[in-house]
Design a protein around this ligand. Structure first.
Ligand SMILES: Cc1cc2nc3c(=O)[nH]c(=O)nc-3n(C[C@H](O)[C@H](O)[C@H](O)COP(=O)(O)OP(=O)(O)OC[C@H]3O[C@@H](n4cnc5c(N)ncnc54)[C@H](O)[C@@H]3O)c2cc1C
Length: 240
């Protein structure tokens, strides 16, 4: 008997976020509710053209809702099978998965927190922040900073959405930073780790959540440890 239940979901919407990135919305077949905790991921299965079964992890990029809907934020990886397969799916296509899995979730008791992402590492934070900010009982007025690194303005997925959240919630600060910004860019420049120190200052009483590729995760963890943070206050998810 399989240890975990295998489910199928139908693609209900596919929206390009940039040349190589897609926002995919799915609906789990045959359920009225699909339960997960913001920050968790699903294990997607597919068969390659060579007949090999492949599984890859993808963070859920939407907050838990009333129905069987969820979203993915997907980046095409050069020569990778699964990322290109998923990015190529059209509305109506079926996706097989197991889950939810993972412990990259908000750590209670809630504290002021900094969320650090690059690229599709934004996915779990889209889920967490929408969920948190939707209810004052959840966020309790704590302050949150989202430090989101990308190359160019075109790579800042959900930019307007996060700006909207920041304008609605005085305790949420959206800080996009670009490593290859054009002259017209008025925001932060450089890598996320170049701005982390300014956000946390001398504080060591916050939580940090870091998501993206290993190199970025490592750089930010090391910086926080140099600033005197306890490692238990830092949670991270590595995509590679
Ligand atoms: C817990 C978890 C959650 C994840 N969530 C997401 C998500 O929400 N969205 C998403 O797009 N990906 C996510 N990933 C990455 C995803 O699981 C795959 O690794 C990725 O899509 C590549 O799979 P592939 O089959 O296309 O390529 P593969 O053949 O598996 O990989 C090809 C090469 O690309 C490297 N690589 C893997 N991921 C990336 C990446 N994101 N960018 C650049 N190079 C990479 C691999 O190390 C490998 O060398 C997550 C990974 C983990 C572990």
């Amino acid at each position: 008997m399989a240890k975990f239940q295998t489910l199928d979901a139908r693609v209900v919407r596919s929206v390009p976020l940039s040349e190589f990135t897609k926002h995919l919305e799915l609906e789990v077949n045959g359920v009225s509710h699909f339960g997960f905790v913001p920050g968790q991921w699903l294990s997607v299965k597919a068969i390659t053209p060579e007949g090999e079964e492949m599984t890859r992890a993808y963070s859920i990029a939407s907050p838990p809702g009333e129905n069987g809907h969820f979203a993915f934020c997907l980046n095409r990886v050069e020569e990778g099978f699964m990322s290109n397969y998923l990015c190529g799916l059209e509305e109506g296509a079926q996706v097989t998965f197991q889950g939810p899995f993972g412990s990259f979730i908000l750590r209670p008791p809630l504290r002021d927190s900094v969320f650090i992402a690059t690229g599709t590492g934004i996915a779990p934070f889209r889920s967490m922040l929408h969920w948190l900010l939707a209810d004052v009982e959840r966020h309790q007025g704590h302050r949150f900073w989202l430090l989101f690194g990308a190359r160019t303005e075109q790579d800042l997925y959900y930019h307007e959405e996060f700006e909207g959240l920041a304008s609605e919630h005085g305790n949420f600060h959206f800080l996009p930073t670009l490593s290859r910004a054009g002259e017209e860019w008025k925001g932060l420049r450089g890598y996320v780790q170049q701005h982390l120190g300014e956000i946390v200052g001398m504080r060591t009483d916050m939580h940090a959540y870091i998501c993206g590729l290993d190199k970025m995760v490592k750089a930010n963890r090391e910086l926080l440890k140099e600033l005197g943070w306890d490692r238990t206050a830092i949670r991270y998810e590595r995509y590679d």
